[in-house]
Design a protein around this ligand. Sequence first.
Ligand code: H79
Length: 468
Amino acid sequence: MKHMLLSLCVIAACSLPATAKRNTTFGYRFDDSLKQTPDSEARLEQWYKDAKFGAFIHFGVYSMLEGEYEGRGAGHRYSEWIQVSAKMTADEYHAVASQFNPTEFDADEWAKNFKDCGIKYVVITSKHHDGFALFDSMVSDYNIVDHTPFKRDIIKELSEACHKHGLKFGVYYSHAQDWDEPDAPYLNKKTTKVKMFHPDLPADFTKDMDRYIMKKSLPQVEELVKNYDIDLIWFDTPAGMTKERAIGFRDMVRKYRPDCLINSRIIHSGKAKILQENLELFDYVSVGDKEVPDRKLPVYFESPDSVSSSFGYKTKGHCYYHSPEEMLHRFVHTVCSGGNSLINNGPMGNGKLDPEAVRLYKVLGDWLKVNGESIYATRRNPLAERPAWGDVSASKDGKTLFLHILEWPDSGTISVTGVSATAATYLANGEKADFVQEGEVLKINLPSEPLDEYDTVVKVLMSDSVGE
Ligand code: H79
């Protein structure tokens, strides 16, 4: 377990500053006194805090290339970064984009698939860093309707299908980085040079970020919130996003959609520290990419996880998928820490879902059919500590605890302190658990084998709510 957590932190470090890479920095980044605004709390309570399980979708021109272009780029982790990893000019990328034709795309099939796996909301890349929009934009014709033979508005079709199937719908929008726009800033100035994408720029060209924001980024966000029925907007890599600029984006979202949720990457925050004075800009915190907290957090958060080491579909070069056990344990720890898990899948260039992603989603979906009560609409672990054998979630009223046994103890017993139980059952089979109350300590004598391959859940009813 410890080993797994350590590797999670290392994976997560990609989106953190260098100083954060050595150890986990949750204590530094999340002051215990942080308090979300009442407006954001009210928005989160509408559906988000109960949803827990979202599907993140990275789909775009890069899905076709699968991580490699003319023999280059496969060594890099993320296929959606191919324009950087293969050092493609904007013209080269445009040429590939004009062939994007995901004829097998079926929004209804995607939505049904997600719903069957217990997923409650979907967030898809409406424009990633490459600058290519998956919606019919009047602001820039570098979009799927105007620039490809496909000519269909994927965002429109998917939003309608999701809502038809009772799923909430959100869009990812790269408001800062845009490799098609010379004025847009880069996350990493060492690997990303404006001349690499735009070799014909005059030698004295200097970036003007606000010119880009006014010309493309903010008007496209306006199109999204005005013309599409969206419940959430997901900003990313906020290079150069000062508070003033972030306010412009927030106000644009709120003008059209007062209830739309906004994630924390709307604003750049030094060393990823969450500042109380910035909580007025967003509703919840996105922790690092693929980062699963090692403790409960004081404000509601979301972990942008993925079924694999890439976000975009990748078959070239190095790529791995999580094991079913890893995937489920990451999910459970996220929920017990007080957040949602937004697990990414990268559909294939032809528009079909990645079968490996569907397989992993189904593992979670099958487990949730039996154990969903311990996840949906629960709240974070109310006990002081995360136990060595797993994690803990609680019902909203705090009177029911769900003990997630992720590591079956050799001792055959688990115990929790400060809990007074009146009943205990296993969600796996509905049978009573054998427990003894020794003063403040609740001790459960376990069967010889786990009742679930990945997470055996004990539901404990208490005479009093505990902790928070
Ligand atoms: O959309 C997904 C990522 O593409 C995006 N955030 C998630 C949700 C993201 N943008 N930037 N980063 C994550 C930071 C990662 C930078 C890296 Fe790289 C990309 C490390 C390896 C590939 C840049 C390019 C640095 C080296 C090569």
